[in-house]
Design a protein. Structure first.
Length: 194
């Protein structure tokens, strides 16, 4: 990694923390610049606006997840177990989960700079999960009559809902254990009859 890439990664990591702590609207470019020992003008040299920085941070967060968990080639039970791994990983990364939750909540309004990112992300996730479930059907792991899209929607809803509950009450909600149990139940439900 060259010096410019290293600085870019430092800026993205600092911005990720700032957005996670304060949301998009409350985040300050001056505080982000201070965290990485740059002037605000220096920060804007790398990212021309707060909107561009946010989108870069969101893409950076997705790249971090993708580097650990490849959902595009996994299928069937392996894909569902990989999702459990994602949730277990997220349970160790509350700042990332908070960023996702805050930005996703803010991005429901069409004028938010993260709105299109969120739409593309959910469409991609639904498609990837549905494809993974269909690969499970092709492998004979799951019933042929499963509705892959509906189950993909439910998996995403379960993950996002658990994240919110866990962020609000981490002492009472064991996000990883609840999701692991949900996946175990889902695998049992989707298996073909013997």
């Amino acid at each position: 990694m060259n010096r410019g890439e290293a600085r870019r990664d430092r800026i993205l990591a600092a911005a990720l923390l700032e957005f996670a702590e304060n949301g998009y609207r409350g985040a300050s470019l001056a505080r982000i610049a201070e965290r990485v020992e740059l002037s605000q003008a220096g920060l804007l040299h790398h990212f021309k606006s707060k909107e561009r920085l946010l989108v870069a941070v969101l893409d950076y967060r997705d790249e971090l997840d993708a580097s650990k968990f490849d959902m595009t080639s996994a299928g069937g039970i392996d894909a569902l177990r990989a999702l459990v791994g994602v949730v277990e990983h997220n349970a160790r990364m509350p700042g990332l989960v908070q960023l996702f939750s805050v930005i996703s909540g803010e991005a429901v309004t069409p004028d938010h700079p993260g709105h299109e990112w969120a739409r593309r992300r959910y469409r991609r996730l639904r498609a990837d999960m549905a494809a993974a479930l269909r690969r499970g059907v092709e492998r004979g792991e799951f019933r042929a009559d499963l509705d892959a899209e509906a189950h993909a929607d439910r998996l995403i809803a379960m993950m996002d809902g658990l994240q919110t509950q866990w962020l609000i009450d981490p002492d009472r909600v064991d996000m990883a254990a609840v999701f692991r149990g949900y996946v175990d139940d889902l695998i049992a439900l989707l298996r073909p009859p013997m």
